[in-house]
Design a protein around this ligand. Sequence first.
Ligand SMILES: *Cc1c(COP(=O)(O)O)cnc(C)c1O
Length: 373
Amino acid sequence: MYIPYGRQWIDEEDIQAVVETLQSDYITTGPKVEEFEKKIADYVGAKYAVAVSNGTAALHVACLAAGFHEGDEVITTPITFVASANCILYCGATPVFADINSATYNIDPEDIRKKITKRTKGILAVHFTGQPCEMDEIKEIAGEHNLVVIEDAAHALGADYKGKRIGGISDMTTLSFHPVKHITTGEGGMITTNSKELYQRLILYRNHGITRDTSLLTAKGGPWYYEQQELGYNYRITDIQCALGISQLKKLDAFIARRREIAAGYNKAFQELEKVVMPKQLDGCNSSWHLYVIQVRAADRERIVRALHEKNIGVNVHYIPVYSQPYYRSHGYENVICPNAKKAYESFISLPIYAKLSEEEQDYVIRQVKELL
Ligand SMILES: *Cc1c(COP(=O)(O)O)cnc(C)c1O
């Protein structure tokens, strides 16, 4: 028995949905893409959704649609997967790291304020572990300084911020459907937005910058006529993947309910223990629990991780602060440090959490962790 930190749940219904699409007329962009987009938009409460080939592509086209380019600064968190910051670099802009709040592990609005300069054009907030960032404060700062807000919600599909679903709150929100995330399409991603203008730009960037929409063309032409108006990419997703996504979406609420149960189980098991720090939840918000991250004494962390691996428990550490990666170090970030992020990273351990994790498996994880403290 091996217990990973996260994994997918694929059932017979999912397999059937994919097989049916393989037998249909559409293999790549067809009706399933639009259906999946519409269903995700409805689920998160956004007007528009654009499906793309993965979560990183979603971040990239969101940054392009936001208009980030050389000379611009975009403020983000160091406690995230490298893709969140890399997408700012893809556009030629500069990621600026604001520190995290030590209790919630999310970007700290106070530190965002300190990092704003004349060049700041956007804030890329990441709902780490599925817990929403302080969006009211972030939107207030953005309003004062005329900044675009992008939310990386790769961890936060189904999370609520003060009664609102993540996905319909700011300018654009991105999702990932990698197998460790809440629902999967193998590889896949989505951007949600309430702005028609941003929606049109996202569509353009997904498909080489090409449009056939007669209301957008700059000249008239025959029925074959199309225009490339921007430098876009091939970030299309397939109908095969979207058929899987539509089928997975039917189970999303059950998946999230199970993740919340598992998180409650860990909370209960560790609340009395002095040597474990548990994640603090924001009032009025409901995490969708992509990850369950505890902190242990930094001096014990490596020993505990190694020992758990020996017990076939695939705990992981999310995340190494992005600015400390060799690529960033050698590209101008050698002196950057966010003290709260550094300290938190040194004591983080991500425990197994996914819908298929059984009670027995979770009990086993809890017992082993307690023994090793
Ligand atoms: C998974 C993830 C991504 C990237 O998504 P892919 O689909 O793997 O490209 C981006 N940001 C965060 C926070 C993630 O967890």
